[in-house]
Design a protein around this ligand. Structure first.
Ligand code: UT7
Length: 331
């Protein structure tokens, strides 16, 4: 029997630079009206030149440690969800460890595309079950704009950069902290071609002098991803709620992956969540991939959206396809 899985602290960081829909109108054949009506996105944050995924993660992690009342030295593990690490090697988690000023801890990057945050949370739970007393930093940090094709209007208007982080341990939760009650994870590899970032991988190698092609960047069949996202997030939420002997009315706040307001509303409609029971950040950050739910969770806490005793349902969906849900209970 495992012990507690407690989220002691929440943090996030987004870059200062705001990229508005009006600016995008000057870059590609698009309009504020199209982007707003099809996606709900008004603006997104993008990194400064030279700013990396681990730079964002380090700031989010420092904020999470501060909120937990902990020091980086307390950490035993760093689990880092991203599809945009600083480099293929070394792991961004190792660079993050160095930026946090610690050494000798276990570090690993995890790529489950936009679903990576929940996969990393589940890995933290597994680690705590196996090694009680661990203190795990779970972070999700993306510079999606490093893989954005600014000539492709179908994708470049959607994404943004940012990072979220939590500190997970098996200590008794204090007020303002949350217990992870359950996580359910899914994937269907048969659908991988619908959302890809191929170039530079071993299946699409590049050699010196090659010209960078479209395959180096995010490529997506938007309508197919849309349909699967609604269906998959809806069903995994129903599964986790039922599995835990709950009903949707028991959920105080729903925090879905922030890819598109229409997707959020469609899943919300299926599950009967609306109004202030749904956390929405996609309007201001766009789709920050693995970081999206991590950022939205930290914002929900910072904005006082979760009261003591609140039960929160997280759900994610991304390339692979991968998807999942998690149940949190605040103390
Ligand atoms: O993080 C997980 C992965 N991502 C997602 O979950 C995203 C899922 N998909 C979506 O959010 C939506 O499918 C999109 C926002 C990507 C697209 O919305 P849509 O309503 O499915 O539009 P569409 O792809 O069917 O395109 C409709 C029209 C097309 O023109 P025609 O063929 O009807 O003349 C596109 O060429 O809109 C056009 N279009 C644009 N027009 C202006 C596509 N992108 C743009 C644009 N500005 N940026």
């Amino acid at each position: 029997m495992h012990g507690l899985f407690t989220i002691e602290g929440f943090g996030r960081h987004v870059p200062d630079r705001v990229l508005t829909n009006a600016e995008l109108e000057t870059m590609v054949d698009t309009s504020d009206d199209w982007i707003t009506s099809r996606t709900g996105i008004k603006e997104r944050r993008i990194v400064a030149p030279g700013e990396t995924s681990s730079d964002l993660a380090a700031k989010a992690a420092s904020n999470a440690l501060l909120s937990a009342g902990r020091e980086a030295a307390d950490l035993s593990h760093i689990f880092y969800a991203t599809f945009t690490p600083d480099a293929f090697c070394p792991p961004a988690s190792c660079i993050l460890q160095e930026k946090l000023g610690i050494r000798g801890r276990a570090c690993v990057d995890m790529n489950a595309a936009c679903s990576g945050f929940l996969y990393a949370i589940e890995a933290a739970r597994g680690t705590l079950a196996l090694r009680p007393g661990s203190t795990v930093l779970v972070t999700a940090a993306e510079v999606t704009t490093s893989r954005t094709n600014w000539a492709d209007r179908a994708t470049c208007v959607l994404f943004g950069d940012g990072a979220g982080a939590i500190v997970v341990s098996d200590r008794e939760p204090k007020p303002g902290q949350a217990v992870i009650e359950d996580v359910v994870l899914k994937a269907d590899g048969s659908l991988w071609p619908l959302l890809t970032v191929k170039g530079g991988g071993s299946g699409w190698p590049m050699k010196l002098g090659d010209t960078i092609k479209d395959e180096f960047f995010i490529e997506m069949n938007g309508p197919e991803v849309y349909k699967n996202a609604v269906r998959s997030m809806g069903s995994v939420c129903e599964e986790i709620v039922e599995k835990n002997g709950l009903v949707m009315d028991d959920i105080d706040l729903f925090i879905p992956h922030q890819a598109n307001l229409r997707i959020i509303e469609a899943v919300g409609k299926r599950l009967k969540f609306s109004g202030n029971r749904v956390m929405v950040t996609v309007d201001r950050y766009g789709n920050t991939s693995a970081a999206s739910v991590a950022i939205a969770l930290a914002d929900a806490v910072a904005e006082g959206r979760v009261k003591p005793g609140a039960r929160v349902l997280l759900t994610v969906f991304g390339g692979g396809f991968t998807w999942g849900a998690a149940l949190l209970k605040f103390v």
